[in-house]
Design a protein around this ligand. Structure first.
Ligand code: G3P
Ligand code: MG
Length: 248
């Protein structure tokens, strides 16, 4: 089995403004193997990295991402919650993040926010993002995920070489069989529904388990002991120290 991956959730978002270059650079400094990001599409068709479908919570602006152009989105400050530590923080494009991933040889989980938005489903965002990953020659370092499992099936059909993960909150009946039926490479469960037997059953079928959002050291330890493939955390430094101490 490959070494456990530590992925900064929205970057090192426990210490820096989520889904910004600042949070991604900090995750790298904290020895993360990569990060998890969320993507949306702008009014002018650019793919941007932000969690919500509006900019209200994370910036000093307001409005739907899909109603604003990239140039308009770039005018706002995305340092919400970390105003003291970071005077400014920019909304990144997916290309900017892929560039960083390439430079530092990292692993990236791209979560497509193509479900439950108040502005409709993002038809085609899955394949458009995958094409960009292919252009950057990062196919082996990227896994896509979504709560919209049909989107992941569609993506795999369009781009079979792209890895996909199915996000879920509650236990799945025969999850590994379900994942296989969707041609997925991984399940991305909420940490609280992960246990050793679920992980073993998934691994027997060649399905990875990437758990989120694992923020407490004790829970990180449980996940490592359960044998998960990746821990997605706001605090990559904590996970790194734990992984190192367990390997020592
Ligand atoms: O991808 C794991 C996690 O990010 C899913 O939930 O809401 O934090 O994007 P959310
Ligand atoms: Mg996410």
């Amino acid at each position: 089995m490959e070494k456990l991956k530590i992925l900064g959730h929205r970057g090192a978002s426990g210490y820096a403004p989520e889904n910004t270059m600042e949070a991604f650079r900090l995750a790298i400094q904290q020895h993360a193997d990569g990060f998890e990001i969320d993507i949306h599409i702008t009014k002018d068709g650019e793919i941007v990295v932000i969690h919500d479908d509006t900019i209200d919570r994370t910036s000093n602006g307001t409005g739907n991402v899909t109603d604003l152009t990239l140039a308009e989105l770039k005018q706002f400050n995305y340092n919400a919650g970390f105003e003291q530590e970071y005077a400014t923080a920019e909304i990144p494009t997916l290309s900017q993040v892929l560039e960083l991933v390439k430079t530092h040889n990292l692993y990236l989980n791209i979560e497509i926010k193509d479900i439950m938005t108040n502005v409709g489903k993002y038809d085609g965002l899955n394949v458009a993002a995958a094409k960009l990953v292919q252009e950057y020659e990062l196919v082996d370092q990227v896994i896509f995920s979504s709560f919209n499992h049909s989107s992941m099936v569609e993506l795999k059909q369009a781009c079979p070489e792209i890895s996909t993960g199915l996000l879920h909150f509650s236990k799945l009946y025969q999850g590994e069989e379900y994942a296989k039926s969707a041609n997925a490479d991984a399940l991305h469960p909420l940490f609280s529904i992960v246990d050793k037997s679920t992980v073993e059953q998934a691994h027997q079928q060649g399905i990875q388990i990437n758990a989120w959002t694992v923020n407490q050291a004790a829970v990180m330890e449980e996940m490592i002991d359960a044998g998960v493939d990746a821990i997605i955390t706001d605090f990559p430094d904590v996970a790194y120290r734990l992984r190192e101490s367990k390997q020592a």
